[in-house]
Write a protein that binds this ligand. Structure first.
Ligand SMILES: Cc1ncc(COP(=O)(O)O)c(C=O)c1O
Length: 374
């Protein structure tokens, strides 16, 4: 099987597995214990925190370990907003933000949903116009998970900062793909997740600028500044730090390789006269949201799976769902086109041979389906 669904998740990097196994098999103390066993675990956590902070360009006191990207978003949003406050977010966020916003509405928080334009980009001026007296938080995703389009979070966070409003970004799809120096931005809160950059699933982090205060969402033993209490997963935290270090180091080379693979793929399709459209502008790279005009997305996804290629149906926002995706609706894509749209996301293990195989498989499936339709 050739895996082309890296935006959903990535396989664990082999060095990360080795490092995590070392920790899992030798270190087990509770990091909150005072004795040597506890100190050993605590040291691993704090070294990982320092490594991640250095890689993201922030202070180590600004990194909170969480269980995943979803949890980071929840802790940030639920921890900040109360009845009567105003939240501005976007209508094409991942459900980890959208559903949290809906929950906040039920609690009396006023929410404004800014729509992306047809290219999948959020206009900073629309955010600016929506800010009012009781606006406490603006939350805009960095890179959209279905389209791969990148929002200018530097510009938006500068605007919110000028207007005295806090800014949160769900950067789950960008951290590991694009380097950032947080202290050079006005971002106050940022969510990330290790399994998107070849780290383990079930571990994430929240960057929280010093001086920002959140109310706790969970209650317990006080770990992670009381925001994510519970005994820490030492080997996963260690694995996330190593995975991020490798991703940051590899970032430029990977982008070069990626743009070659993407051009090869699209040129192959063009040469075979396949009718397709790449959706969205200002793409981060690595995520292609493509409409194949001559085949339904679910037919293509299933036929490719049978030929040994894993891609994702762009019209299904969660597994098993055949509903048109909220994101495609929000960029005003015609329903008929949305049903012919898939997400192909290339990962680090792919070769030119794999890409040639994928384009050949797509061509043969579409040609066969065209023949059957005649
Ligand atoms: C943009 C975005 N936010 C949040 C998440 C959720 O992250 P996690 O699986 O770590 O909870 C995802 C995962 O697909 C995502 O793409």
């Amino acid at each position: 099987m050739i895996y082309c669904d890296s935006a959903a998740t990535t396989p664990l990097n082999e060095n990360v597995i080795v490092e995590m196994n070392k920790i899992s098999s030798t270190v087990f103390g509770n990091p909150s214990s005072i004795h040597k066993f506890g100190q050993e675990s605590r040291a691993i956590i704090e070294r990982s925190r320092l490594k991640i902070a250095n890689l993201l360009g922030c202070d180590l006191s600004e990194i909170i370990f969480t269980g995943c990207g979803t949890e980071s978003n929840n802790i940030a949003m639920l921890g900040l907003l109360n009845k009567g406050d105003h939240l501005i977010t976007t209508s094409y966020e991942h459900p980890a933000v959208l559903k949290t916003a809906h929950e906040l509405e039920l609690k009396g928080v006023e929410v404004t949903y800014i729509k992306p334009d047809q290219n999948g980009i959020i206009n900073c001026n629309e955010i600016k116009s929506a800010i009012k007296e009781n606006t406490k938080l603006v939350s805009v995703m960095h890179v959209n998970n279905e389209l791969g389009t990148e929002n200018s979070i530097e510009e938006i966070s500068q605007t919110t900062n000028d207007m005295g409003v806090l800014f949160h970004t769900d950067a789950v799809q960008s951290i590991g793909k694009k380097n950032i120096t947080l202290r050079n931005t006005k971002i106050d809160l940022l969510s990330l997740s290790a399994h998107k950059f070849y780290g383990p699933k079930g571990i994430g982090a929240l960057y929280m600028r010093n001086g920002v205060n959140l109310m706790p969402t969970y209650f317990g033993g006080g770990q992670e500044k009381d925001l994510r209490p519970g005994t820490e997963n030492i080997s996963y935290i260690h694995g996330m730090a190593i995975a991020l270090e490798l991703a940051v180091k590899d970032c430029q080379d990977w982008h070069k390789k990626l743009s070659k693979l993407e051009s090869l793929f699209l040129n192959n399709l063009k040469n075979e006269n396949i009718k397709y459209t790449v959706n969205g502008k200002n793409l981060i790279g690595g995520i292609l949201n493509i409409t194949f005009h001559d085949i339904l997305s679910q037919d293509l996804v299933i036929a490719l799976d049978m030929k040994g290629y894993a891609i994702s149906g762009g019209s299904a926002c969660s597994s098993g769902s055949v509903k048109t995706s909220t994101t495609l609706q929000e960029i005003k894509m015609d329903q008929n086109l949305a049903q012919r749209t898939v997400r192909i996301s290339f990962g680090k293990n792919l070769t030119e041979n794999d890409i040639n195989g994928l384009s050949k498989a797509i061509t043969s499936i579409i040609n066969k389906s065209n023949l059957n339709a005649k």
